[in-house]
Design a protein around this ligand. Structure first.
Ligand SMILES: Nc1nc2c([nH]c(=O)n2[C@H]2C[C@H](O)[C@@H](COP(=O)(O)OP(=O)(O)OP(=O)(O)O)O2)c(=O)[nH]1
Length: 132
């Protein structure tokens, strides 16, 4: 069986109802794919704290998370399986700045499908697009 990685991802919406999309860089795993920023949950860490930590590390801003999971999907890549847990969030301090990602953009729900998403993200993207 392939290694299972538990990953949290932030669906961050701004006041203009746009969602933050991040482009994985060529040197990251699942390269050149769009994703919701986040990362691996560490041992003994709850998913909400993990997401706050990852967003601060990756984007340099503070978020408040919903206290429920928005989408939970498991996808098997070539060498491992990712359990992607997506959670809605709001920025409460600072503005997101890319440090590891190649690009950050804000997109309206209806335009999300224009990007090439990491395969694990497709169900969350579809759920968002069907929301409004
Ligand atoms: N953060 C995030 N990761 C995602 C998403 N969709 C998806 O398949 N992934 C995958 C990519 C990675 O294999 C893993 C997340 O790990 P990570 O964000 O810490 O990635 P990383 O580049 O630091 O991992 P690594 O190369 O150091 O192993 O989950 C997503 O929407 N957000």
């Amino acid at each position: 069986m392939k290694k299972l990685i538990k990953v949290v991802a932030a669906i961050i919406e701004n006041d203009q109802n746009e969602i933050l999309c991040a482009l994985r860089s060529p040197v990251m795993s699942v390269p050149n794919s769009w994703e919701f920023p986040g990362g691996k949950v560490e041992k003994n860490e709850d998913i909400y704290s993990a997401l706050q930590r990852e967003i601060f590390e990756e984007l340099g801003c503070k978020i408040e998370t919903d206290h429920q999971v928005y989408n939970n999907h498991t996808h098997t890549y070539d060498i491992y399986t990712v359990n992607l847990i997506s959670i809605k969030c709001k920025i409460v301090e600072g503005a997101p700045k890319a440090s590891e990602h190649s690009k950050l953009i804000w997109l309206k729900r209806e335009n999300l499908e224009s990007l090439k998403w990491a395969p694990a993200d497709i169900p969350a993207v579809e759920q968002l697009m069907s929301e409004k």
